[in-house]
Design a protein around this ligand. Sequence first.
Ligand code: WT7
Length: 629
Amino acid sequence: MTKISSFSEYQTEYNRSVNDPEGFWAEQADKFTWQKKWNKVLDWNFEDPKMKWFEGGQLNITENCLDRHLAERGDQVAFYWEPNDPSEKNIQLTYKQLHAEVCKFGNVLKNNGAKKGDRICIYMPMVPELAIAVLACARIGAVHSVVFGGFSASALSGRIQDCDCNIVVTSDGAFRGAKAIPMKETVDEALEICPSVKKVIVLERTKTSVQMISGRDVKWKDEMTNAATDCPAEVMDSEDMLFILYTSGSTGKPKGVVHTCGGYMVYTHYSFENVFQYNGGVYWCTADIGWITGHSYIVYAPLLAGATSVIFEGVPTYPDAGRFWQVIDKYKVSTFYTAPTAIRALEAAGLDFVKPYKLDSLKVLGSVGEPINEEAWNWYNENIGKKNCPIVDTWWQTETGGILISPLAGLTKTKPGYATLPLPGIQPILVDDKGNELKGNGVEGNLCIKFPWPSIIRTTFGDHERCKQNYFATYPGLYFTGDGCKRDEDGYYRITGRVDDVMNVSGHRIGTAEVESAINTHIDIVESAVVAYPHDIKGQGIYAYVICTNKNKDHDSLRREILAEVTKVIGPIAKPDKIQIVSGLPKTRSGKIMRRILRKVAEGEMNNLGDISTLLDPAVVEEIKNGAL
Ligand code: WT7
């Protein structure tokens, strides 16, 4: 497939994609294996909203990820798997082997009752079997819903119930750094309230003993031994669902973002090849497959591109803060894609952890998930890239399926902190709070996209109205990202962070409302308000203001219990960093919490609270300021 190979070609392609989007994307789509060609490239409106790409086309994404490569690169490594513990033996899977495993596990799913269209929940550690399970679902036309392994039983059951999964694929446990974390036990607890689940397939990883419920639970190994190797790829319509991935919004429970087969395939591949300028070599994305980055840029896009990638089970700081760099040298990684929070943590650990490693295989560095501050960008550039590797700061979201704004490695001139320019096919627009377009350069506002791209969200599972309200109603006719953004004098985009009540903590997306409702389950708490504040390593930390009704309650134990409660309802990633116990919250006369004030206090900007004259009880502000943590 031809890639863009110069900045001027980028400009030409960009213009072509705007002037003739259908022609442009048809040409990209033509490069894949389709069982039947589409009738219509695009059918859309942002009012319903309706987004359909390559309608009438039939395909199976795994044929494009696997079968298509067998003749040419069957013996090439698709995945190197690097275990948590560096002394454990690593594993490699060639395209031929991966294809065989996926086919077998596809049959395992079928043998356990899976049919096309069924939803299958995958709750696993970062082992090759996770990627195999994902691809096996796609192979047989089942819809995967991967749930990040750090979520609690309660969060897991909510996600299983929302889309009525009938099978859960899990593992006995997970290794993360020095710890072994139970997973099957969490699944058992979650399933107490999930009657839709009929089968649980359990992989052995940590060898911790698990309870197997007869008739429901089966072992991965046993099932695989009995499974046939031939598993024809299910014929899927372009707009058939490929997967659901839950993500947090500013209100309510996490929503199931739906992606479909054809457009997602075309866009993830296109963005991968062009952003990273992937040209062979070993690629490593350090994300977890439980997030969209792992779906798009560990599983699907690299395989579509016939790449060799690393899947890493562990954490950046185990056994020490040199682990990433050691793995890069070990596999001679040429493209490395990670998150600013990891970069900042490893920077803080000091250069002694970097020095032992050569890092001379690196050609391209990527960043994803949150704004990258200039200092981290420079550290990454100097100490990891040795000023020799372009950095692609890739902006996108679960809902966008793939990277929308990013430099093309080596082609786009970079600027620290800037995601720079939109990919071909992406038409960003900045608007003020009333929805007026901010034209020209040197402006800052709310980031929207005015035209669909092939991997745009199709709906939120089971609730299309919610999709409309969340993304298409704020500024009618536009897709609203929830992000603030600046377009500088050069026309470069810089994402400034969320403008809604969504936090970004260590690259994890968490809604303030979710954390509040978890805190409120504590018996002594009547009300709480959660905001984000700047955090040196995590990007944002979580600051909770809570009202406790029990005057005799010891504050330290209250804090401990709140952390336990949040861990139980959501998971450890959502634990507040700071908990301030207050007697009231700043509210307007109509009862609305003035979060702006709480944010200022959490940021330490006490003297700059703005207008507080509309407050019901201004005295509460003084108390909050005095007690600030
Ligand atoms: C939110 C989406 C994109 C995959 C991982 C996160 C923030 C993401 C960047 C970036 C500044 C970024 C945005 C976005 N974000 N990438 N390069 N620069 N901010 O996916 O969990 O859906 O979160 O992450 O705020 O809206 P997600």
